[in-house]
Write a protein that binds this ligand. Sequence first.
Ligand code: ZN
Length: 134
Amino acid sequence: MRKIEHIGIAVKDIESSNDLFKSLFGKAHYKVEDVESEGVKTSFFKCGPNKIELLQATNKDSPIAKFIEKKGEGIHHIAFAVDNIEKEIKRLTKEGFQMIHKVPKKGADNKLIAFLHPKSTNGVLVELCQEIED
Ligand code: ZN
């Protein structure tokens, strides 16, 4: 893994959270994106070299809706940049980690993504992401 790509934060209302994080960082989000397959609406902020993703559920079956129901708003996942996501999935599976996605899928921000099950990572939901080259 190369570095932390972004940190994902689950929010109830992305509009008001966009205002809140704008005040926090002194800079507005640079992008919003719906990821229909995940049932989420996302927005991205830059804070120096780091990236924060806000996620709001767009339906009640969304993983974000379930997360907020169980734990409330807050840090949802940490995403790590990888060069070759398929290779990394294979390596981690071999190491005994439990993958939620064994096959990478298209995520927000032009990325191929795959999540590891928090059961196998001390309760931390880990996302792998690889930039899609076009
Ligand atoms: Zn993410």
